[in-house]
Design a protein around this ligand. Structure first.
Ligand code: 2HG
Ligand code: ZN
Length: 452
């Protein structure tokens, strides 16, 4: 053990090898509190060379390495299962000068999303992917998990905005594709392979990201609806008419009650409704008239609250973004982040609560999510963290409905058992072959994603 610690100290310096119990603790448990394991040490390299030195030291000892960004993950993908080294990327926090012609920027893997947003504000350029954990989630972690978020309905997910990256593979070899070539068909897309690989193939040290135009006018509205089918109906009309549609988020009354209880944020409607659709449009010119006209054309909504200023917009978003914290304030949730084909989404929503109740009588099932992408967040409260019953019930229904067991959070430790529900044996065998090719010693995130 001391041989490994000495080698890690040589690699990153004594100050950045953390071994004290209380210092390690915040790196050892994921945001949900459901996944936790003891790390042998937490190491914090400063650049790709130091990352490579850490991997080399761990490979020599056969010790697993868990890459970690801001530790906002929700599936145990960035915390140890027990005995690994946590490789924290937070010191790789440089943001280079954006290239305004290419509309690209190079960033260190440890840059928090909000830091990039702040740096770009007012520049005419913006980063397309956004989500509620923006203050802490790092761009490296977002790339490693192929994060989605609320604007995917317009811009797609992380994968669509990573032009290149610099990474160290499990066997110490390097991938360095930071030139920002939009067109580069010289062989396999190695950066593309690393995006979404959850730290199992390589450690991302830097990223070359594409940017979009900064849009300064926004219109936000919350629609009250009878049910999920009506929300999809309204969404269809809005998409047909509005190029400016940037977010379409579904909420339900029990989730809103929880948010009200824990944050005080209240629904703008007096009556309770079966479902709510939060919609945001962004454009150069004020998109409000277009949104209002499209809404009027639809007969799906029972009521609507339109934000008149930035404060009202913030309040509507607080109803949506307050869900994760409100759920966790009630206990340790089982988080099932799932994707459904849109034509089956309403059916899934109408059946999932009963399925959970059959598996875990008395459990509470809170739903919300990015309906425009067919992405629902199913949060189950009540069953103990180590009871897999509700997870099994939800994911089996997802498979029956033709969906995916992970939409945007990844497989992590949480859903490893169920990868085969939505991936064939041949596909998993191909993934295992890639893993063996890039990480032959199996040291990278060994408890995550693939079957053991
Ligand atoms: C969100 O959309 C995040 O807010 C978290 O993906 C979802 O807490 C969750 O289940
Ligand atoms: Zn989400």
């Amino acid at each position: 053990m001391s041989g490994l610690l000495d080698a890690l100290t040589d690699a990153v310096g004594e100050r950045h090898v953390l071994t004290e119990d209380d210092v390690r603790r915040s790196y050892e448990t994921d945001w949900t509190g459901r996944f936790s394991g003891e790390a042998r040490a937490v190491v914090r390299p400063a650049d790709a060379d130091e990352v490579a030195a850490v991997l080399h030291a761990c490979a020599a000892e056969g010790t697993g390495v868990v890459p970690q960004g801001g530790n906002t993950g929700l599936v145990g993908g960035g915390v140890p299962a027990g005995g690994e080294i946590v490789l924290s990327l937070v010191r790789l926090d440089a943001i280079e000068k954006p290239d305004t012609v290419a509309r690209q920027v190079s960033v260190g893997a440890g840059v928090p999303l909000a830091a990039l947003q702040e740096r770009l504000r007012g520049s005419g350029l913006a980063f397309a992917v956004d989500h509620a954990a923006r203050d802490t989630a790092t761009l490296g972690g977002m790339a490693a998990t192929n994060a989605g978020g609320a604007r995917a309905v317009r811009y797609g997910v992380m994968r669509h905005h990573v032009v290149g990256l610099e990474a160290v593979l499990g066997d110490g070899r390097r991938v360095d594709r930071m030139e920002g070539l939009v067109k580069d068909n010289a062989g396999y897309d190695l950066p593309g392979l690393l995006v979404g690989s959850e730290g199992t193939l390589g450690v991302i040290a830097r990223l070359r990201l594409s940017l979009v135009r900064e849009l300064t006018s926004r219109a936000t509205a919350l629609f009250a609806l009878a049910d999920t089918a009506a929300a999809l109906d309204l969404l269809e009309g809005l998409r047909r008419r509005l190029d400016s549609l940037e977010a379409a988020e579904i909420l339900y009354p029990d989730g809103l009650d929880l948010v009200a209880r824990h944050s005080g944020a209240r629904s703008p409607f007096e009556d309770e409704h079966g479902a709510y659709l939060l919609v945001e449009c962004a454009a150069d010119e004020d998109p409000l008239d277009g949104l209002a006209a499209a809404a009027e054309e639809s007969t799906a909504a029972s009521d609507v609250a339109v934000a008149q200023d930035a404060e009202q917009r913030r309040r509507l978003w607080a109803l949506r973004e307050g869900h994760t914290e409100a759920v966790s304030a009630e206990g340790t949730p089982h988080k099932l982040d799932v994707s459904l084909p849109l034509p089956r989404l309403a059916e899934f929503e109408s059946r999932v609560r009963d399925r959970v109740a059959e598996a875990s009588p008395g459990a509470r099932t809170i739903l919300f999510g990015h309906i425009g992408d067919g992405n629902l967040h199913v949060n189950v409260l009540g069953p103990p963290p180590d009871d897999d019953g509700p997870d099994e019930a939800v994911l089996a229904l997802v498979a029956e409905c033709g969906g995916s067991v992970s939409a945007e959070h990844g497989i992590g430790q949480a859903k490893r058992r169920w990868l085969s529900l939505t991936r064939s044996d041949d596909e998993i065998a191909a993934m295992v072959a890639i893993k063996r090719g890039l990480d032959p010693e199996g040291i990278l995130n060994p408890a995550v994603l693939l079957p053991s």
